[in-house]
Design a protein around this ligand. Structure first.
Ligand code: FUB
Length: 465
């Protein structure tokens, strides 16, 4: 029996506060009201309580089942519950609410046959997230990720027609990344939204918040940030033409700047140091001073790696991490080889059992494949030996990896295009990305075991106090 919608909405208003119900705001397009069920061992039924829509989900213990409803109108609230909850399923609002559009915030996590819950990928479903960087502090794993906003413009095109399209095309490479935001977990499954770390509007030299990298040192927390310098569509276009005319292939890296924001706490506030640390104007630096990756070596020296568009470099930092301390250095391959073939961006350094790993994205903007690859060395200064891909191509035009060890397990974070978005439609966007995670494994020789993106993600850590 269908219950009167208005009556439900009135009585339901209390639930908005009590149950964390999500409001749809100001948009006529409702294609993505729904979510996913993760790893359900048995069939379950989900109810959207306002519209009284029942959704039957078949068993899918090793996978993720998407669902959505369209029987909802502008301004309505919606709230999903699991009707038959004998199977250890719970509705989670991953990382809080997003009051914009689109809204795809519901994840239903179920226990598999072993009583195990899985994160599901992407790990956050209430917003687009990109370019992960991780830090373990106490019992928490903190995730810092850029928030992609371009899709909001794209998806509202039906409302504002050509004006929105023009606006979208004016954004840099379809990106409109307004801020880096903080999330944290204690079990790899339940994520809590902490708040913004750095927003481009607050930093004079930033145009957008592109990829960042977090480190702890001297009792403080340093979030290295980067931004394209100007209109990168023009910038990249001009560079590509010059490069083609000179027979050098297509150059795709933007002119970019890298800086640092500092906090006394992993939860912020992070205060930008006031000026970039390195930029395309720094003597000896490449144009693409983007995608910072900081690494503190055994002697206490912190190095900043960065790069994009086929070039990468690194430089030592002062002990307070607020300035560079030495010359810009080139990343050398063993015996003159190229240590990072097909490098596009996303350099990342980590060390394990005395081996240094330099990973990066091979994604080619404009082409679908976006694998992550890596090189190794026995010294931070190289020479580096190229190894192979470590993560297969993802389904969106960029990728950005981050590796961390948390509670004794190794993880690889990256982003995919697995949230509903316009990238599969007529208007292609690079910017409907969403952070995902895999277990990272090494073989007996210390080689990273190749992996591919999965829908199920990683198992819950059950030793949470
Ligand atoms: O998010 C903007 C840029 O896209 C990042 O800086 C790159 O790593 C790529 O993910």
């Amino acid at each position: 029996m269908r219950i009167d919608r208005k009556g439900l909405l009135t009585t339901g208003l209390k639930n908005v506060v009590m149950l964390g119900v999500v409001m749809i705001s100001g948009c006529a397009d409702r294609d993505f009201v729904g979510g996913v069920v993760v790893g359900n061992d048995k069939a379950i039924t989900i109810l959207e309580t306002y519209s009284q829509t029942f959704i039957d989900i078949e068993p899918n213990p090793q996978g993720v089942t998407e669902f959505q409803i369209d029987d909802i109108v502008e301004g309505d609230a919606f709230d999903f519950t699991v009707v038959d909850n004998e199977h250890g399923c719970s509705v989670v609002d991953n990382a809080g609410e997003y009051d914009g559009f689109p809204n795809f915030g519901v994840k239903v996590q179920c226990e598999d046959e072993n009583g195990q819950r899985w994160s599901g990928n992407p790990i956050l479903r209430n917003q687009y997230t990109a370019d992960p960087t991780l830090l373990v502090v106490g019992d928490y794993l903190y995730l810092y990720a850029g928030r992609d906003e371009t899709s909001f413009i794209h998806m509202q095109k039906k409302q504002c027609k050509n004006q929105c399209l023009t606006e979208a095309l004016q954004t840099a490479a379809n990106f409109e990344i307004t801020g880096i935001h903080i999330y944290r977990t204690q079990n790899m499954v339940d994520w809590e939204y902490v708040g913004p770390a750095v927003e481009a509007k607050d930093v004079s030299w930033m145009r957008q918040t592109w990829a960042s990298h977090i480190v702890a040192k001297n009792g403080k927390y340093y979030l290295f940030t980067c931004s394209p310098a100007k209109d990168i569509i023009t910038d990249v276009g001009v560079k590509s033409i010059i490069s083609l005319l000179s027979g050098g292939g297509i150059a795709i890296g933007p002119s970019a700047l890298t800086g640092v924001a500092v906090s006394d706490s992993p939860t912020g506030p992070f205060i930008d140091s006031g000026a970039p640390l390195v930029s395309y104007l720094t003597p000896g630096a490449i144009d693409e001073v983007m995608d910072p990756a900081a690494f503190t070596d055994d002697d206490g020296t912190t190095y900043l790696f960065y790069g994009g568009g086929g070039h990468a470099q690194y430089v030592a930092l002062s002990d307070d991490l607020l300035s560079i301390n030495g010359p810009i250095m080139e990343i050398k391959g063993i015996n003159g080889s190229d240590p990072m073939p097909e490098l596009t961006e996303a350099t990342y350094i980590h060390k394990r059992n005395g081996v240094y790993y330099l990973s990066y994205s091979k994604s080619k903007i404009g082409e679908a494949p976006s694998p992550l690859a890596y090189a190794t060395a026995d010294n931070i200064h190289g020479p580096w030996t190229y190894q192979e891909d470590m993560l297969g191509a993802v389904d969106i035009l960029t990728n950005h990896g981050a590796i961390t060890t948390y509670k004794g397990k190794d993880y690889l974070f990256y982003h995919t295009g697995q949230l509903p978005g316009i990238h599969n439609g007529a208007l292609s966007s690079n910017a409907t990305r969403a952070v995902s995670v895999q277990v990272l494994e090494y073989d007996d020789d210390g080689q990273i075991v190749f992996t591919k993106q999965t829908a199920l993600g990683v198992p819950e850590l059950n030793n949470v106090e």
